[in-house]
Design a protein around this ligand. Structure first.
Ligand code: UD1
Ligand code: MG
Length: 442
């Protein structure tokens, strides 16, 4: 079908400059790996019939990390360049009469909106090839876009192959392309590695298209940050900062208050209702929903799969994971809530833990706390466990059995008083000439 798109994501490179044993594309940016972010952006495109990921370095790890996504992984071994990488997908693309969108696995900030606009532009232009460009004040290390006198693309020259005039060009190749596969497929049989790096360059396909007098276009990116590529730990931190700032700005536009945005980390997959306040030091990672009028933090950690209704307070040093919390409930300080369902008007005292993990069986179990239940401070609720509606749990209890409705559960050592114990001890020390040696504390 002419309208359909197949995407090829290039992710076989090692990422040497990360100085990490983890493949570059498996480093995380606000709860999702770099490659996941690229795949998710491509997945949102309409008419995409296949997403092909080219893997190489630690391919098994990379492929495993994507097992929940509908992608075809293809191994490139050895890695002989970006052109060689795309050529590995030739069998999957054979006979395909549509657009092949090529993008890199290390540019996680490229949005699905931009990709959609790029594909639309390509289709509208009737070109055989469209390349995405950007204008950079400092174009160092990027391939440069060389245009002819009419302003049309002539070729792309890599930094290492460029002469001084070409190096002065500030328009760079973003590394994202649309190809009309039917017309361009055969270019991949003709690529050579006759260049400084001895690699089969994808960029040479531009040269091929121009030589064949087929139409080639350039789409210039509007937001340069979108093609920010990750090559080092510094880049990773920078990308996290950019995505975090964009996420918080969007939430602020929707009526969420951030007391100190620069001291808050939040995944773009998290949704927050208006009039909620996020205090400094919060880390909110993954896919979470927070209702309206909630108070989060300071120093709260929400770790994916958290669904919080309105008027909920998640306070100081509280960690919540994979849990549902209904209206007007408080988990105000120093608690851990994991794999739990908390009803309305529940109060969790300071320092309470849902013990959801059995370290021997490695199983996780559910804690259910129904409406109006009150849990005292410093309790351990050993899951699986249910605290029924309106029940109370006394402070310091270790709860291992379900607590019935409107009942009180106390599970702690009984307090004993040893009268005048301190006085007796002090007297004994005096009688011993001021020394307390040999006088043990019972
Ligand atoms: C490439 C472009 C350059 C562009 C830049 C944008 C070429 C020849 N050059 O250069 O014009 O400005 O991207 O970022 O294409 N990869 C493979 N297999 C390989 C080699 C690379 O899958 O054999 C993957 C890498 O994992 C990476 C992407 O392709 O995701 C780009 O490769 P990289 O080596 O970073 O190319 P650049 O030198 O940056
Ligand atoms: Mg690169």
């Amino acid at each position: 079908m002419k309208d359909s798109v197949k995407a090829v994501i290039l992710a076989a490179g090692k990422g040497t400059r990360m100085k990490s044993s983890l493949p570059k594309v498996l480093h995380k940016i606000l709860g999702k790996t770099i490659i996941e972010r690229v795949v998710r952006a491509v997945l949102k495109l309409k008419n995409t019939t296949e997403i092909i990921v080219i893997t190489g370095y630690k391919s098994e790890e990379v492929q495993n990390s994507l097992k929940n996504y509908p992608v075809t992984a293809i191994l490139q071994e050895p890695q002989l360049g970006t052109g060689h990488a795309v050529a590995q997908a030739k069998d999957n693309l054979a006979g395909f009469d549509g657009t092949v969108l090529i993008t890199c696995g290390d540019t996680p900030l490229l949005t699905s909106e931009t990709l959609a606009e790029f594909v639309k532009f390509h289709k509208g232009s009737g070109s055989c090839l469209t390349v995405m460009s950007a204008i950079f004040d400092d174009p160092t290390n990027y391939g440069r876009i060389i245009r002819n006198l009419q302003g049309n693309i002539e070729k792309i020259v890599e930094e290492k192959d460029a002469n001084s005039t070409e190096k002065a060009v500030k328009e760079i190749n973003a590394g994202v392309y649309c190809l009309d596969w039917k017309h361009v497929a055969s270019a991949f049989n003709e690529l050579t590695n006759n260049n400084q790096q001895g690699e089969y360059y994808l960029t040479d396909v531009v040269d091929w298209v121009v030589r064949k007098e087929l139409k080639a276009s350039i789409y210039t990116l509007k937001n340069n940050y979108e093609i920010f590529g990750i090559n080092s730990q510094k880049h990773l931190a920078e990308a996290i900062k950019i995505l975090n700032t964009l996420t918080i700005e969007k939430l602020m536009d929707e009526g969420v208050t951030f007391i100190s945005p620069e001291n808050t980390l939040i995944s773009p997959e998290t949704v927050i209702g208006k009039d909620s306040i996020v205090y400094p030091g919060c880390v909110i990672e993954g896919e979470n929903i927070i209702g309206e009028n909630c108070i989060i933090g300071p120093f709260a950690h929400l770790r994916d799969g958290v669904d919080i209704a309105s008027n909920v307070r998640i306070g100081n040093f509280v960690e919540v994971k994979k849990s549902t919390i209904k209206e007007n409930t408080n988990v105000a300080h120093l608690s851990y809530v994991g794999d739990s369902v908390l009803g309305k008007n529940v109060n969790i005292g300071a320092g309470t833990i849902t013990a959801n993990y059995n370290a021997i069986t490695k199983e996780k179990s559910i804690t259910t706390i129904k409406d109006d239940a009150k849990i005292g401070s410093n309790c351990v609720l050993v899951a699986p466990i249910t605290i029924e509606k309106g029940a109370n749990v006394a402070a310091g209890s270790v709860i291992t059995k379900d607590v019935p409705e409107y009942s009180l559960a106390i599970a702690r050592g009984k307090q004993q008083i040893v009268e005048k114990w301190v006085e007796k001890k002090l007297k004994a020390i005096l009688n011993n000439g001021g020394s307390n040696s040999g006088i043990g504390i019972e």
